[in-house]
Design a protein around this ligand. Sequence first.
Ligand code: PMP
Length: 293
Amino acid sequence: MATREELVYIDGEFCRKEEAKISVFDHGLLYGDGIFEGIRAYDGYVFKLDEHIDRLFHAACAISLEIPCTREEIKEIVLTCCRKNGIYDGYVRLVVTRGVGDLGLSPKKCPKASVICIAATITLYPPEFYKNGLKVITAVQRRNRATIIDPQIKSLNYLNNILARIEADTRGAPEALMLTEEGMVAECTGDNIFLIKDGCILTPPIHMGILDGITRRTVIELAEKRGYPVKETPFTLYNVYSADEVFLSGTAAELIAVTEIDGRVIGDGTAGPITMELLDAFQDYKKGEGAKI
Ligand code: PMP
């Protein structure tokens, strides 16, 4: 069977993957000046597409970036990109860069932002990770302070997260937990964190300096619907180590248990019952949710 040509959207055109290029003078490349979204498609629907587009526009507003398309146009770009690539189950990367400027910092020299959309397949954690949970480490690298670069802005400058991910790679872990400068638990490099203690579900509040994860919001909604109390409250590593269950949430990972952190076994060392119940609830919920491709 002939393989389908992969097409990438850049500024109004679909071009072959090999020819999808941006300028070396784009401030997205030179300075990490831009924003992005990672989005999932499940069974012919783009999951929570409106929420992702809202978050993109809020981030654009926060960095004074004018997206040269309306929300409706962005939605059409994502859906068309999925259709053209035959992606009905997969991963969509939406990127808006500051655009081409000169070597100076000022975005005033960048007259037009660039919009990029890639629809691709996704490599998932192996199924046994969902059954047995992840072994996570705490990074020495602290999460960016919200008063400096707010982690709510899903910007193209992910060096903070990458530095923590390098620590995870070095120590043989698939994810790293990041703390705030004060040492409170923040989030992982690409996932939000939840813990469960005595039937109560805890997750750090957004204002601590974390991404307002769309999966996080969905988990809170599903947990509350099932009658679990959910508290958005600060906590320390002690609370994580002594939790009954810990799990992560994110677009790529969905919900995944953490069974060991920094060599401490969490709960009884298996993916816990409430985590598995919420994962099941998420699997049901995601079917048919979002915008039809
Ligand atoms: N935190 C960070 C730092 C992230 O990059 C992500 C997204 N990969 C998340 C949390 C999870 O957010 P979402 O559920 O919207 O994917």
